[in-house]
Design a protein around this ligand. Sequence first.
Ligand code: SF4
Length: 681
Amino acid sequence: MQKSLTKAESAGFCFGVSRAVDMVNDLLAEGKKVCTLGPIIHNMEMVEELKKKGCRPVNSTDEPDEDEILVIRSHGVPKKVIDELEQKGMPYRDATCPFVKKIHRLVAQTDENDIMLIAGNRDHPEVQGIIGNCNCEYYTFNNEVELDEILPIILNKNNKQVKMVAQTTFDTKELKKSVKKIKKLCTNAKIFDTICNATSVRQSEADKIAAQSDFMVVIGDRHSSNTGKLFDICQKRCPDTVLIETAAELDLDQVRKAERIGVTAGASTPARIIKEVLDTMSEEIKSGETTTNVEESFEELLEESLKNLNTNERVMGTVISIAPNEVQVDVGRKQTGFIPADELSNDPTVKPEDVVKVGDQVELLIMKTNDQEGTIMLSKRRVDAQKGWEELQKKVDSQEILESKVTEAVKGGVIVIYNGVRVFIPASQATATRDEKLEDLVGQDVNFRLIEVSQRGRYKRAIGSIRSVLKEQRAAQREEFWKNCEIGKRYTGVVKSLTSYGAFVDLGGVFGMIHISELSWTHIKHPSEVVNVGDTVEVYVKDINEETKKISLGFKNAEDNPWEILKREYPEGTVVKAKIVGLTTFGAFANIIPGIDGLIHISQIANKRIEKPADVLSVGEEVDAKITAIDFDKKRVSLSMRALLPEDEQAPVKAAPVVEEAAEDAAEAAAEAAEEAVEAE
Ligand code: SF4
């Protein structure tokens, strides 16, 4: 009989669990007293092991001793727990898996207008944590049957926005069915696929192996949700599936009888336990008379795993798979090599798939080998940084201008990643002026030069300056400007500041001013009525003072001059609709077009005698009037309503004064009476 034994590559600790366990181990290694809020992972073997090292599980935030550091496990907790810890000022570390944190953020963004559906086991700590961060009405369901009970309730609340998230370890196939059903009934539902990639990879691999096996072994704690899901998935494919917590639970008789054995393990199953199970099976298979072909020699596997790779060594690896949280790499050993996402690049904004592709050969630094887990933790960013560092030291001497992207704003400055090295740019060196916001630089490509690269022991630092490059660029721009500047030349500039008398415009290294009277053809009280800081404006040079280097800018277009419009489109004799804007004893001022008011002398208001204009007209009224005279030099316009009326012989009116005289009389009074009076250029 030919036997085969296939172990799932994804079996064992996932990124989140590994991170949480490492956090506890690191604290213990630092000599700290540690407790965890609940068992750190759903694996009693591991919990007992940690207890021996001095880490105890507690059930509430009241239990830790004063000198203990509380670790929140990868499942996460309700928001009120974090609030409690903060209020009490208790020392704690949050090992909530970043994928679970993402769900917390999604549900925290809800309000009373939303309904949240949570696919998962309501009693599971991860789901309890999700519920405890949710700000709206919520319902949980574990399968289609439970969903069917919820949907009619939700459909009755048709004015609410339905949203859905899933426990990270929820069954992917079950989720697909549920999503289909939700979408059919709630067409505008917002579905967030929050199943962790590690979970879906693990589940599909288990499904595939179980389909090819006649005996399937799932290793993990019976309280572990993801182990339970794996068992369900495998059992559907292979009826002879067993769930065991340790090697001692193996039914060796079944091992002997089976031809094709498959093995997988939950995300919280330590590699040591997996190895023990494999070892036991390997022994059993070897002792069997009929064994002729074992797909994987576990003896070899054990031997290989004992071969250690030294930390801080560089190795070449081939990328074999990419997940959001880590990249798996083959470094030519039996151990699984992986690069955690934050060890791929110094730029926290890039995704793993932007950094490497499957099949890429990459040089890596060994950070940690874990023989028990059978893993090697690697770093790409540290190799890049080491290489980049050597180059950086040369660049500081040459004062070369470098180009890169600002990746984050930090306390006191911004970070630029150059050749894999984090270069700190202090706030005083980040912008041309102090009033610019550092956050606005994030994501921008900038030019900078290194002003300091130093190393003290293991501590390295690189400091750069964007401002020194900007200063040089502006000096060059200024020189260029003065070389070519001439009156009448047009420029595109950016408004940098406003005062009560004008706007200052950056023309590229040189500032010019648009006087308030240059901003508009009509009267304005403040420049902000026309332009704002940050506006891009088209200007022309009106005047230059070579000595003081002051530049007066023009902004208004000649063709928009209302007197030009009047000349073009409203010659004397034109009948216009004019709006009364002011009344005096000797006449009424009426607006003809924006920026131009004309005077209707009292004698030109009606075809009979009137005591005062206010007896006939009121401000805001629109009247028909004829333009009877225009004086372009004095910027005066005379209007007549009477010219459009038939003469009333019964009531002869006093002859109208000469327009010129009337307008002159009016001019002074008008300036006081009406703010919007005739505006002289
Ligand atoms: S299964 Fe995924 S979400 Fe859960 S702890 Fe592991 S990596 Fe995080």
